[in-house]
Design a protein around this ligand. Structure first.
Ligand SMILES: NC(=O)c1ccc[n+]([C@@H]2O[C@H](COP(=O)([O-])OP(=O)(O)OC[C@H]3O[C@@H](n4cnc5c(N)ncnc54)[C@H](OP(=O)(O)O)[C@@H]3O)[C@@H](O)[C@H]2O)c1
Length: 230
């Protein structure tokens, strides 16, 4: 029997890679990332997987890459950037870059895949963040992009109810390169124990996909046990 297809953006490392591992036994994976060679190397690690390389910040590249997808059941939007800077330090170009990748590219990729997602009664999972629920000093563009992503998820769910399932996942800090870079920017010592393991959040993604016929987990928050809001 044909496996369902799961496209994972940001599947080359960090949380996206952990999600690929969590879904590998049940799905045919499309591994998203910018580098064709890197995505191919990651895809080769899984039983049934293909690279899906494109710069999500470039709408023409996204449209070209979507042309190569004949069917899709699950899209996990995990690609993202998170510069750790104060409002005083962020340029207009950086605002545009963060909003473009974390929000606009999610909307565009989802729009292009809508017919195929409706066909499969598919599931769209947005990897949001604690900072999509509560703003914090030093994260203005990231937080704004994730607040916007939450609203996008709610609107998509309202427009596609009964046709496409939509889940917004809000993890606290996760032990990935993104978080290590943020600590470096803050000049603070990094303690992996204060972070969620990527595999833990990936299990939550698997759980929402398995919620069962007739049910959808609309929103899920998951945090390190010992740490409050990010
Ligand atoms: N880490 C945390 O503490 C944390 C907490 C809450 C939520 N999140 C969210 O979790 C998601 C994954 O974060 P992470 O920590 O796994 O980040 P990460 O380790 O920095 O990985 C980022 C991923 O995004 C891809 N990517 C970046 N720019 C791209 C572009 N222009 N086009 C296509 N792909 C691009 C990267 O692919 P290549 O570089 O290979 O192209 C990589 O696979 C993000 O949405 C993030 O906001 C993270």
């Amino acid at each position: 029997m044909e496996r369902p297809v799961a496209l994972i953006t940001g599947g080359t490392r960090g949380l996206g890679l952990a999600i690929a591992h969590a879904l590998a036994s049940d799905y045919e994976l499309l591994i998203g990332g910018r580098d064709p060679r890197g995505t191919a190397q990651v895809a080769a690690r899984f039983p049934v997987a293909r690279p899906w390389a494109c710069d999500l910040g470039d709408p023409e590249a996204v449209a070209g890459a979507v042309d190569g997808i004949d069917r899709v059941n699950v899209v996990v939007h995990s690609a993202g950037v998170a510069p750790r800077k104060s409002i005083e330090e962020v340029s207009a170009a950086e605002w545009v870059q963060v909003l473009n990748l974390n929000l606009v590219s999610v909307a565009e990729l989802t729009r292009l895949l809508l017919p195929k997602l409706r066909e499969s009664h598919g599931h769209v999972v947005m990897i949001n963040a604690g900072l999509g629920l509560h703003a914090a000093a030093g994260w203005a563009p990231y937080s704004a992009s994730k607040f916007g992503l939450r609203s996008f998820a709610d609107t998509l769910r309202a427009e596609e109810r009964g046709r496409i399932k939509v889940t917004s996942i809000h993890p606290g800090r996760i032990d990935t390169e993104m978080q290590r870079a943020a600590y470096k920017a803050m000049g603070r010592p990094y303690d992996p124990a204060e972070h969620l393991a990527p595999a833990t959040v990936a299990r939550a993604v698997k759980y929402v996909l398995e919620a069962g016929d007739g049910a959808v987990v609309e929103m899920l928050q998951i945090r390190p046990e010992s740490v409050g809001h990010q």
